[in-house]
Design a protein around this ligand. Structure first.
Ligand code: SF4
Length: 232
């Protein structure tokens, strides 16, 4: 039988398997810890830091998606320190990224009082929209670098490794090797990356064209111009 440990989360004591994450342990007592990069079908990359919690005795806040419980731990998922950290992360995201198609992130920001204009003078991330294949478009102005698409493309789902991270710091972005158009990569157009993207940065071509005002009855014709064989 799995070794059990006893932890107290937001004042609720619970006994859980020793290999559980804080995120999972919190769920056993009915607590939902906010998260962004975490996806139940993917390995948590722990990059967004929205799920941080306060662990009594720890110097820093701890990412709940990867931190494992320990016997006797006392954890706070919604303290003022935690809320302040989450607010700042969301405010910084607002300053640089177009979150207009990320309703869950917007709702979370509203719930914890994040000010979308706090860093209004900040530099915004700006990329061209990549319309380079007949299946989906990539609009990295909307990308929060959650890394879900990279993992879905790699070890967690498709094992095709068409996507990776490019450049450094503020200019980090999701990229293909040498910036190649998608049809020239290992991509098999499975759609898994689109399915796990939380912000609309990756979008099916039909949805994109409809949003661009293409009438539904003209979709088929319009899509032909994205086929590699139709390229000049
Ligand atoms: S494109 Fe979407 S899934 Fe990929 S890192 Fe950006 S926000 Fe995450």
């Amino acid at each position: 039988m799995d070794r059990q440990v006893t932890v107290t989360i937001d004042g609720r004591q619970t006994s859980v398997p020793a290999d559980m994450t804080v995120l999972e342990a919190a769920a056993t007592v009915g607590l939902h810890v906010p998260r962004l990069c975490y996806h139940p079908r993917l390995t948590p990359p722990a990059v967004c830091r929205l799920c941080v919690v306060e662990w009594e005795g720890a110097r820093t806040l701890v990412p709940a998606c990867v931190a494992r419980v320990r016997d006797g731990a006392v954890i706070h998922t919604d303290s003022e320190r935690v809320r302040r950290a989450r607010r700042t992360i969301l405010e910084l995201l607002h300053s640089a990224v177009d979150l207009g198609e990320a309703p869950e992130i917007l709702a979370l920001g509203e719930a914890i009082g994040a000010d979308p204009h706090r860093f209004a003078d900040g530099e915004r991330r700006a990329f061209p929209v990549y319309e380079d294949n007949p299946f989906y478009v990539r609009d990295y102005d909307k990308c929060v670098l959650c890394w879900r698409c990279v993992q879905a493309c790699g070890d967690d789902m498709q094992f095709t490794y068409a996507l990776s991270l490019g450049r450094r710091g503020f200019h980090t972005h999701i990229a293909t090797f040498f910036g190649a158009p998608m049809p020239e990569t290992t991509c098999v157009f499975c759609g898994n990356c689109v399915g796990v993207c939380p912000t609309g940065a990756l979008k099916g071509l039909e949805e994109y064209l409809l949003e661009q005002g293409v009438p539904a009855e003209r979709l088929w014709e319009e899509k032909q111009r994205f086929r590699p064989s139709a390229e000049a």
